[in-house]
Design a protein around this ligand. Sequence first.
Ligand code: PLP
Length: 409
Amino acid sequence: MSGTESAASSTEPFTAAEIAAIRAVTPGCSDDLIHLNHAGSSLPPQAVLDAQFGHLQREAVIGGYEAAAEAADRTRATRASIARLIGATPSEIARFGSATEAWMAAFWSIPMAVGQRIIVHDHEYGANAIAFIHAAKTRGVIIDRVPSDEHGQVSVDAMAERLQHADDVALVSLTHVPTNGGLVNPAAAIGRLTRAADVPFLIDACQSVGQLDIDVDEIGCDFLSATGRKYLRGPRGTGFLYARTSILDRVTPSQPDHHGSDWSSTDDYTFVRGARRFEYWEFSHAGWLGLGAAVDVALDLGLDRIEVTVAERASQLRTMLTDLGLTVYDEGLQRCGIVTTASSNIASTDLKAALSSRSINASTTSAGSSRYDVERRNLPNMLRLSVHCTTTVDELKRAIAALTSILQN
Ligand SMILES: Cc1ncc(COP(=O)(O)O)c(C=O)c1O
């Protein structure tokens, strides 16, 4: 199992026949659509739809609370599946409606005092950066931004230096796979440092869970946040937080309710055991069951094989784009399924629209999502093409042919 280094070289990517089989049970995979927006929201397998529709049907026919009671075992199983996916225990998983909600629950639970440092990196996601700035404004913390190394990933040496005297450090935050930039940050190397310094380590794994083989013990993080809809191929409006058991005594959920806490006496409450203390009572049961189905599909396929397949396809796409004369902006020693490019002649938003009119889904990057990186590298708005293990070489060739024709006209 990896999460930071490339999956073992003995792991083979899916064969064409295996990819065809995965596509056959993914309704969105068809000759009529080329989906290169898995980093936005991927295409769910039929099993995910079945789990959601099945539950919605039961809610409509027997009532929402009654359907929840009927599905209690499957609802619990989702937590267990997620735990298996990342090498955690079920009590360390909290459900959320998005990665941001999960990340915020963790971030705002961490004690921060005036003058303490929060150590972050250039590839932080926009939502997280807003929280840093807000914490600086409202709690008086100092944002200590660790630079990138010559490969564009977080500088492990600079982090080590920052953590040499860690008494004033409230937390280390890292985005595992940035929303743009193609890289996989060396999370385990950072985790070794935060453990040695005994500093809480929060990792945003929104773009990495589902495309990389992740193990929270290998990474050494205390918190990890993720979404359902991206590389896990789950439903929109789902996400989860991993909270290591040993961190729970050091943090305090910032806005607890009567699901995450027991209202034990008129004027007091106690947090429930485990990560569930971060949750609220209400949630989309259909979405959560769909997420469980998505995780089970990924586990059945094997995250190690998904990882090498995605990496291979993205690498092929980078070569094709470079051959077309476009700049590829991706960084990092280890790269993933997110590929960013731009043309000097046509705005990325126009490229995206032109691709869309040819039934090719892509997205664009914006400064608001990754301003630290945009300013550091002086990046243009980029076209983001993200592949998954369902993406075929033929689809890439057709997308490149479409780009060629758009650029020539
Ligand atoms: C790196 C990263 N972190 C967090 C998020 C936020 O995820 P969500 O929209 O599920 O809150 C995104 C979304 O694109 C992301 O790319």
